[in-house]
Write a protein that binds this ligand. Structure first.
Ligand code: ZN
Length: 353
């Protein structure tokens, strides 16, 4: 008999609500993730310590591990520290870096991992990938998808607004990434996973079209759900294709060419997505992207994140090399630097008018 369904790797529990963090122990016990409460918590030194003080009284079986940075070394050290101590699960409690470190460490010692996000800076919170700094720059490591995903709206409200805004750029960029995927299907015959594309696109569109802002729970909920769905879309397709196209190649180029000056991931991919939409001739959508990014206080021009036009042109020219084998509007048009400069002038003129 043919296989008429497929299983999707996904968390057994997703809780995005006010006060979601208050009964973490109960939530993990109810879901049979941890009956004994023996948990290894990975936290940051700063805001992580405050959350520890708040949560520790209700979590007598937990041990707390401070993670100082998002490096592969820190992830390996965490794995060594928790090895052999019979924990039920690893809990990554913090921003993107802490969650990435916890994901990798949990995979290394064969434990399930629960992600408790304290900001919404990107769509890797619930993805099967851990992004870590290594001796060669930055690497993506395949790991299991988190078994639980908890986002407490009261905690997100306290996060620096910049980290929440960053997630907006990352969510909206899905729409550009899917357009790249469909273009590749048309030109190279690359298969598109319709379910992954549907989830990633819906996530992007719901953030793009939502009238609210980072100050209200309705909007934060839609943004958090969008980022979680983007991560699951990546689990479905088995790679970052549903959420990463020319927008991300341009951002990776910024990271590689100007490592000390790079802006946040969401700020860079937001600009990359608006410019990529312009390149593919979707000027109306490009205009909507820039309008929405601006409304949320996100940059739309490279100068707004401290880069000159020439530096931007160089990044766009370099972008295809950051993801060999990925076909996007950049590989399709294969523009010379002069052509990129002209296209940028046109983009800047359109959005300034
Ligand atoms: Zn991203």
């Amino acid at each position: 008999m043919p296989v008429l369904t497929r299983l999707i790797p996904s968390p057994v529990v997703v809780d995005i609500s006010r006060g979601a963090m208050d009964d973490l122990a109960g939530l993990l016990a109810d879901q049979r993730i941890s009956a004994s409460g023996k948990l290894a918590f990975a936290i940051s030194g700063g805001s992580g310590q405050k959350l520890r003080e708040k949560l520790a009284p209700d979590l007598p079986g937990a041990d707390w591990y401070e993670v100082c940075d998002g490096t592969l070394d820190s992830a390996v050290k965490l794995a060594d520290d928790i090895k052999g101590k019979r924990y039920d699960a690893v809990v990554g409690l913090g921003g993107g870096k802490i969650i990435d470190v916890a994901k990798y460490a949990a995979a290394r010692v064969g434990l399930p991992m629960a992600a408790v996000a304290t900001n919404l800076s990107h769509d890797g919170l619930c993805s099967p990938v851990s992004i870590l700094d290594n001796d060669n720059g930055r690497g993506s490591y395949g790991v299991p998808t988190p078994i639980a995903m908890v986002i407490d709206l009261d905690v997100i409200r306290d996060a620096p607004a910049r980290f929440v805004r960053s997630g907006i750029g990352d969510a909206i960029s899905n729409i550009s990434a899917i357009a790249d995927w469909e273009l590749s299907h048309e030109i190279t015959g690359e298969p598109v996973d319709g379910l992954a594309a549907a989830m990633a696109r819906t996530a992007g569109e719901s953030v793009l079209r939502h009238p609210g802002g980072v100050g209200d729970d309705d909007f934060i909920t839609v943004l958090a759900e969008g980022l979680v769905l983007s991560g699951i879309a990546m689990s479905i397709s088995g790679d970052s294709r549903p959420s990463s196209g020319a927008c991300h190649e341009i951002s990776h180029a910024f990271d590689l060419l100007y490592p000390k000056r790079a802006a946040s991931h969401g700020e860079q991919v937001g600009i990359g997505a608006a410019f990529a939409m312009h390149l593919r001739g979707a000027s109306e959508q490009s205009g909507l992207f820039t309008e929405v990014l601006r409304r949320h206080g996100l940059p739309v021009l490279p100068e707004e994140i401290g880069f000159t036009v020439e530096e931007f042109v160089r990044a766009v020219a370099y972008a295809p090399q950051t993801r060999p084998g990925r076909f996007t509007i950049l590989e399709h048009l294969d523009l010379s630097t002069d052509q990129i400069r002209d296209a940028y002038a046109d983009y800047a003129k359109t959005i300034r008018s």
